[in-house]
Structures are given as structure tokens and as C-alpha cells.
Design a binder for this molecule. Structure first.
Ligand code: GLC
Length: 574
């Protein structure tokens, strides 16, 4: 194919290591399990893995509180296991990128233990220390953003849990130490990084207080209670206003340029993808991050044709304006958000909608990111027993609801379970066996297993069912790989108005592909009479979720079935 880089043509698959595959049968996923499942990933047809943190951590934030940047969490295995995983992935042509948490460390990291021990130790200035809280900033996970340490008689700043102190990135020694860690894994051969929460690295230097008339717990509660559109808008504004001074402070572009320069010292096009909406972090298009997630696509209650059209228009226009045009990156799910099957379903047509959503991410222009379990249609599983929650921000919220906001414990438990990210992190379903084949029956898994694995939502059953979602993903991934226009072609929207279906072309000099996604329960009639790209040409069907003839000769139009995914190559008619 073309001159595209590997990360432009690849389909990424996110592995959340705790929940992916339990190789040593202790109820927690690990490298042994991941290595055993690499053949599964090959057969699925993905090209690259984004691995959520695999580093030692006390797990206050499920691995995103790192206590050593150059080691492997013992519950996941050894450094040798990591190396084997990397080598075995590469052997199968699968690239591997790691998660890089720059904003904060764990409060058990030796850097922080030293920093907090006195005001004059060598690392005294590695974190953000103040004598008294200078403002009313909130942590987005657990209330006040400033936490007191008696040994220093000072407070430190944390955007996330109090167990995740923010590093002071103005200190060049911090940078050096972190860049050493970055090089450590690059030297081992990893292909890049997903940058965690990069917007939070620098704050407003004036420390401007927010002006929202409530604290974090109250705002969360108000969000749950907001009913009318105007109440919801107000709450949305409050969320923005509460944290606006804690994001995107000056300095980030220079930092990203420095990091990019390190990656560029290595061969093999090592890459960075950023957890942020803002394509400004792609710099001039060639000197900061290669990719930034298109989160606005997933920030909606329903995926509708008009939402997608508008999203694509805005996103592709913005990317096109960079001095070196940026490459898009689409996703609908990850370890922080409700599962696609649950979140965008309508309780009636969930199976059909899940297929449309998969097709959307795999046919839009840009690099797709899938989240483990999505390919078998895993659902959210809400944990209503607060003692079983592992997402500590949900535990904190439960306690705030009961103790500070006088909500009755039963309702509080439900609310905490709903907002907890545990619901979308439960163990992967490998088979219709006790514990979904993730761990042996007698083992207590780290999070409860969703019992719906027994209803056919598991890898083994779906592999044997030609009509399953898993086999549908495989077919789509294969078709994408064999269809250059779907990977590198321009995106040309076709219907600007219909609220029922979304249609577009992907076009290169050699190939034109038509994609139609019918989001409605009625069939739709397409009229090609005014479409010069299609008029008078044959359509060769590449993929359809309905029964179809393989080739249609110069059709004047086409009837698309309810919820159909239709992909066809537009051929010269002879
Ligand atoms: C990112 C991660 C999330 C984590 C947070 C703090 O948003 O995706 O899981 O809790 O950063 O590191």
C-alpha cells in the first residue's frame, strides 16, 4: 500500500491487563494469560495492542498510580514475562504500545516517599508543595485537591486521588527521571505510548480559584439529579468551570516536543497517542503527538447519523488545518467509559446497534481503537455491593453520599456502582465455564464476573457461531485489511440530512468504496441518480449484514435493510 506509517494503517486493541486473561489462576489477569491469548488476537485480526499500565502499583487507581516506572507489577509476572509478551506479539506482526502516566505517581513511589519526608531532601521539589491551600481546587476523584502531610507541615497537589500526587514538571530532574523510564521501554522495543491525562500536567500558574458553588461530591450528585435540558447544560458548564484552571497550563507543547524528539531518536516510527480531545497537541502535525483520540465522537448519549456527520466535519476540518495535516483516531470505548454495547444500545436493538458501531469505527477515516471484550458484546456489570468496588473514586463517592449528603445507603450503593468504572472492567469472558473461563471455578476473581457469559457472550461460544458478534468483527477487520480505500481513502460524506442513515465514500485514486450504515429500524431507499461517483457503475459488495447479491450492475438506487451495514466497491461498469 501507500506511504502511510504503521500506526495509520493499524487497528489497535486495548488490553486492560487485570481483566484480560488469568494465566496463573489467581483471579487477576497477567502476562502468562496475555501471551496465551496472542493467537486469539491474531485470529481476530488486530495489528497493535495498547496495554494499560503493567507497572508496580498499590492500585488505588487500578495501575494508574505507578510506584515504579521501570518494573513489572508482580501480580502480572516478571520482566522476562513482559519481554516474552513483547517478542511474541512482534513475532505475530502485532505492535505494542504502553500507557505512560506522566502527571502523577503513586504516593508509594520512592520519589514521593523521599519528597514528603522533609522540606529539604533532594527530591523536596519533585511534587507540588504549598504551605497552605492557595485555592478551592478539587481533585476530580476524591474532593479537595490539596492534602496535608505532617512531616513537612505542607500540602501537596493532586488532580486525581490523594494517593496520586502530581509531579512538578517544572523541575528538570523530574523530566530527566521520567525520560529515563521512557527510554527504558523504548530500548526494550516497545512501539510507542498512550499518554495518560496529558492535559493535567500543567495548571494555571495564577492558581485561579473556580467559581462553582459546590464541591465535587455535590456536583456529582447534582449531575445525577439534573433532569431538564437546561439543568443538564448548567451542570455540564459547572464540570467545565470547576476544573478549567487545572488543565492545559502553559508548557505542555514544549514538553510534548521534547518527548517526541526522544521517540524520533529510535527507528521503527515509535508513536504517541494522547488521551485528550485537543488536536493542538499534535503540534505542527509532525513535532508532537502523532494521534489524539477523537473523544467528541463518543461524548454523546446516542450515536446518530447527524452526530457522526457533524463530528467528522469538525474533526477532519481541524486536522486538515495543521501545517502537516493530522491523522484521525476513532474510538467508542475504553476502560474509563461504559461499554459500547450497554451505553449506545436502546435495550431493543442492542445487537444490531453494536454491529453498526463496530462498522463505524472500522470504516471511518482514521486509526481505530477497540477495547477488549467489545468484540464479544460485553456489557456493563453494575456492582451494587460497595465493599466489592475496586474503583476507589466510586468508594469515595459512596462514602460522601452516605456521610455528607445524607443519601440512603441503598441508593448510594447503586449510584456508586453506576458511576464506577468497575462496571466496564470486569473479567473477560473466555468460555461458558464458571468464572467465564477467566479463572478456575474455585478462584475469587479480582472483580465479579458478569454472569451473562452464560448467555453465549463469551469467546468460545461465539467462535463456534458463524453469526456471532465476534465473527462479525473478524469479517469486518479482514475486509478492512483487504480494502485500501477504507484505510487510506479520503472521506466524502454523501447524505447531509437523513437522520436514519449515514452514508459516505472512501476514495483513493485506485478505489472508491461506498459505506452505508442504517441506524433505523426501517429500510431506506438510496437514490444514486445525482451521485456522479456511483451513477452508471457497478457495485461489488464487500460486506453486508443483510442477504445480498455480490454484484449489482449500475444500480439507480438501492434499498438498505433495517440496521444494515453495507460496504461496496464502486467499480467501473463494463
Ligand atoms: C486516565 C486514565 C484513567 C485514570 C486517570 C488517572 O484518565 O485513563 O483510568 O484513572 O487517567 O491516571
Amino acid at each position: 500500500m501507500s506511504k502511510l506509517k504503521w500506526w495509520q494503517t493499524a487497528v489497535f486493541y486495548q488490553i486492560y491487563p487485570r481483566s484480560f486473561a488469568d494465566g496463573n489462576h489467581d483471579g487477576i489477569g497477567d502476562f502468562k494469560g496475555m501471551i496465551e491469548k496472542l493467537d486469539y488476537l491474531s485470529s481476530l485480526g488486530i495489528d497493535a495492542i495498547w496495554l494499560s499500565p503493567h507497572l508496580p502499583s498499590p492500585n488505588w487507581d487500578c495501575g494508574y498510580d505507578v510506584s515504579d516506572y521501570m518494573d513489572v507489577a508482580p501480580e502480572y509476572g516478571t520482566m522476562q514475562d513482559f519481554k516474552t509478551f513483547l517478542a511474541e506479539s512482534h513475532k505475530r506482526g502485532i505492535r505494542l504500545i504502553l500507557d505512560l502516566v506522566l502527571n502523577h505517581t503513586s504516593d508509594e513511589h520512592r520519589w514521593f516517599l523521599e519528597s514528603k519526608s522533609s522540606r529539604d531532601n533532594p527530591k523536596a521539589d519533585w511534587y507540588v508543595w504549598v504551605d497552605t491551600p492557595p485555592n478551592n481546587w478539587q481533585s476530580c476523584f476524591d474532593g479537595d485537591a490539596w492534602t496535608y502531610v505532617p512531616d513537612r507541615d505542607q500540602y501537596y497537589y493532586h488532580y486525581f486521588m490523594r494517593q496520586q500526587p502530581d509531579l512538578n514538571w517544572h523541575n528538570p530532574e523530574v523530566k530527566q527521571a521520567m525520560w529515563d523510564a521512557v527510554r527504558f521501554w523504548l530500548d526494550l522495543g516497545v512501539d510507542g505510548y498512550r499518554l495518560d491525562a496529558l492535559g493535567t500536567i500543567f495548571e494555571d500558574p495564577n492558581l485561579t480559584p473556580h467559581n462553582v458553588p459546590m464541591n465535587l461530591a455535590e456536583l456529582r450528585r447534582a449531575s445525577e439529579l439534573a433532569k431538564t435540558p437546561s439543568e443538564k447544560r448548567k451542570i455540564e458548564r459547572y464540570w467545565h468551570d470547576m476544573f478549567q484552571y487545572q488543565w492545559g497550563g502553559p508548557g505542555l507543547h514544549d514538553l510534548m516536543k521534547e518527548l517526541r524528539a526522544i521517540l524520533d531518536e529510535y527507528d521503527g516510527d515509535r508513536m504517541l497517542v494522547g488521551e485528550d480531545d485537543n488536536i493542538d497537541y499534535m503540534g505542527n502535525g509532525n513535532d508532537e503527538l502523532q494521534l489524539v483520540f477523537n473523544f467528541p465522537l463518543m461524548r454523546t448519549e446516542r450515536i446518530t447519523p447527524s452526530h457522526i456527520r457533524l463530528n467528522q466535519k469538525n474533526r477532519l476540518t481541524q486536522l486538515g488545518k495543521l501545517p502537516v495535516p493530522g491523522w484521525p483516531c476513532n474510538t467508542l470505548g475504553n476502560h474509563d467509559s461504559s461499554r459500547i454495547h450497554t451505553r449506545y444500545g436502546d435495550k431493543q436493538h442492542d445487537a444490531a446497534l453494536a454491529r453498526l458501531h463496530a462498522a463505524l469505527v472500522l470504516t471511518l477515516k482514521g486509526t481505530p481503537f477497540l477495547y477488549n471484550g467489545e468484540e464479544i458484546g460485553m456489557d456493563d456489570y453494575i456492582i451494587t455491593d460497595p465493599t466489592k468496588l475496586r474503583d476507589t473514586m466510586a468508594t469515595w463517592y459512596y462514602n460522601s453520599l452516605v456521610k455528607d449528603l445524607n443519601v440512603n445507603p441503598e441508593e448510594a450503593a447503586l449510584r456508586a456502582g453506576e458511576m464506577s468504572r468497575d462496571k466496564n472492567r470486569t473479567p473477560m469472558h473466555w468460555a461458558n465455564h464458571p468464572n467465564a473461563g477467566f479463572s478456575p471455578a474455585e478462584v475469587q476473581t479480582w472483580l465479579p464476573v458478569n454472569p451473562d457469559y452464560a448467555r453465549g457472550i463469551n469467546v468460545r461460544d461465539e467462535e463456534h457461531n458463524p453469526a456471532s458478534l465476534l465473527n462479525y468483527y473478524k469479517l469486518l477487520l479482514k475486509m478492512r485489511k483487504q480494502t485500501p480505500a477504507l484505510i487510506e481513502g479520503e472521506y466524502i460524506p454523501l447524505n447531509n440530512r437523513s437522520s436514519d442513515y449515514f452514508a459516505f465514500l472512501r476514495k483513493t485514486d485506485q478505489q472508491i468504496v461506498l459505506v452505508v450504515l442504517n441506524f433505523s429500524e426501517s429500510s431506506v431507499e438510496l437514490d444514486f441518480s445525482r451521485l456522479k461517483e456511483i451513477q452508471g457503475r457497478n457495485l461489488r459488495v464487500l460486506f453486508s449484514s443483510a442477504e445480498r447479491l455480490l454484484t449489482t450492475k449500475s444500480p439507480r438506487g438501492l434499498t438498505i435493510s433495517p440496521f444494515e451495514v453495507f460496504v461496496a466497491e464502486v467499480q467501473a461498469s463494463k
